[in-house]
Design a protein around this ligand. Structure first.
Ligand SMILES: Nc1nc2c(c(=O)[nH]1)N[C@H]1C(S)=C(S)[C@@H](COP(=O)(O)OP(=O)(O)OC[C@H]3O[C@@H](n4cnc5c(N)ncnc54)[C@H](O)[C@@H]3O)O[C@H]1N2
Ligand code: MOO
Length: 430
């Protein structure tokens, strides 16, 4: 079987998923600290579908940037070392207070964030006042001295200096991280329109797989692919319905597809190579999914296509759904996801940096790669800046993948590389 180049298959998967970019649904997300605490995942990896205008100005009012005295700058024009100006201490203004108008010849103790009282136009930090500490609030007849003039606006944070009411707060397409959610909260926005997550039906297959916690009979193994890909898909901004198929019978897989809820994408794992019974090939081949070989290792055997599910629980029989089929070795499955799906899904979700940055560093030791294949090896970036491979190239070595911080690219044509030779890599320690 002639193998397809990695770039060609990436292109084919991109073409298959292209319609999803045209049909992105949106939904309303209600924002509050209670909801965020109750459902943090609901707010993770979210992208604004519509721009948000600021309903208020931030800050909403002129306020103090320092703990100190609110003054009229005109009162301190003549202040100088040796000839300080004394002002009568007015009522204290804390953050949250409203404050009353500042009379000429007075200075109001003011705390950071408290509104500048009408009449005042500058704040002198407490350290620059004499005495350099606040008088007890019971002191009604105190004075405070200043030995320097102050310019209009000093340590005043003007209303709207961060954002003005009606201005663009966040454009459509903004990824909602802590700062973006924070500015929405800070302006009192409670409802936002976000891209709906891509819904993925994930089917890990194999007669031998069992869920964690179940007893294992001879020959059986725990299902790691459902966990690997559920997590990887979540990180890429998807919602996942995982329906493992612990059977090699095509009819069981088809029944599972029929019973599954409506989704935007189906991902299968396992059952695609050259065995006597390959459940994914057997079930989906006749429906039009193509199975082929990509010149990469791990991740050689791949499948992709579209299926119109025979009939479904919620009656969406007609809509064809894209299917991407990965090989069952866990390392092959995760590397296939990295190469073929992660960039597209992150782009669909509007997440930053859909493609991993291609970085370059020298190899710590010599390496060999199979001729005619693009090999991806697991490795770590050593403190000396060289790339050290962890574990061998085999695609069952999930434990060494778990120790890796980089994926090292050994492309077609690079059959041997000497220690010190620079190669490309992706950082995966995010
Ligand atoms: N004669 C050939 N044999 C194989 C070829 C080939 O070209 N000719 N390709 C090999 C390569 S490369 C890969 S990769 C695998 C892919 O096989 P399948 O996609 O059919 O996957 P399975 O046979 O179902 O499983 C492979 C391996 O992975 C284990 N596995 C499967 N599912 C899970 C799971 N959910 N959790 C943990 N481990 C899982 C399974 O037990 C097998 O050991 O085919 C090679 N063979
Ligand atoms: O291509 Mo398979 O995915 O090496 O192990």
């Amino acid at each position: 079987m002639s193998a397809r180049r990695i770039e060609q298959h990436r292109e084919a998967v991109a073409t298959l998923l292209a319609p999803l970019f045209q049909t992105r649904s949106v939904e309303t997300l209600t924002l509050s600290s209670e909801r965020l605490a109750a459902d943090p995942d609901g707010f993770r990896a979210r992208t604004l579908a519509a721009a948000v205008a600021s309903p208020v100005s931030l800050p909403p009012f002129d306020n103090s940037q320092m703990d100190g005295y609110a003054v009229r700058s005109g009162d301190l024009t003549a202040a100088a070392t040796g000839t300080p100006v004394a002002l009568r201490v007015a009522d204290r203004i804390a953050a949250g207070d409203t404050g009353t108008a500042l009379q000429a010849g007075t200075a109001a103790p003011i705390m950071t964030g408290a509104p500048i009282p009408p009449g005042a136009d500058a704040v002198v930090p407490i350290e620059q006042a004499d005495p350099p500490r606040f008088l007890p609030p019971t002191t009604t007849t105190g004075t405070v001295s200043f030995a320097a003039p102050v310019t209009h606006g000093t340590f005043v944070r003007p209303a709207g200096s961060d954002v003005a009411a009606g201005d663009l707060l966040l454009p459509a397409g903004s990824h909602l991280g802590p700062a973006q959610l924070g500015v929405l909260a800070g302006t009192g926005v409670t409802e936002i329109t976000v891209l709906q997550r891509i819904r993925v039906l994930l089917i890990a297959t194999g007669h031998e797989i069992r869920a964690a916690g179940e007893p294992l009979a001879a020959g059986q193994i725990y299902d790691s692919n459902s966990v690997i890909l559920t997590q990887a898909l979540h990180d890429a901004g998807c919602t996942v319905v995982a329906r493992p198929c612990p059977s090699d019978d095509a009819a069981d897989l088809l029944a599972l597809l029929t019973a599954a809820p409506k989704v935007d994408l189906i991902v299968t794992v396992g059952g695609v190579s050259a065995g006597a019974r390959e459940v994914v090939r057997d079930a989906l081949g006749p429906l039009g999914v193509e199975f082929l070989h990509v010149a990469m290792q791990p991740g050689g055997p791949q499948g992709l296509g579209e299926i119109a599910r025979p009939s479904t629980a919620d009656g969406d029989a007609a809509a064809p759904v894209p299917v991407v089929s990965f090989p069952g070795n866990p390392v092959s499955a995760l590397i296939s996801f990295e190469v073929f799906l992660r960039p597209l899904l992150r782009a669909l979700a509007g997440l930053p940096r859909p493609e991993r940055a291609l970085l370059r560093a020298p190899l710590a030791t010599a390496v060999e790669s199979p001729a005619g294949k693009h090999q991806l090896r697991r490795g770590i970036l050593r403190p000396d800046g060289t790339l050290e491979l962890v574990g061998g190239p085999s695609s069952h070595l999930l434990h060494s993948y778990a120790a890796a911080t980089v994926l090292v690219h050994l492309p077609v044509g690079l059959d041997t590389a000497a220690a010190g030779e620079p190669v490309n890599y992706w950082s995966i320690d995010d």
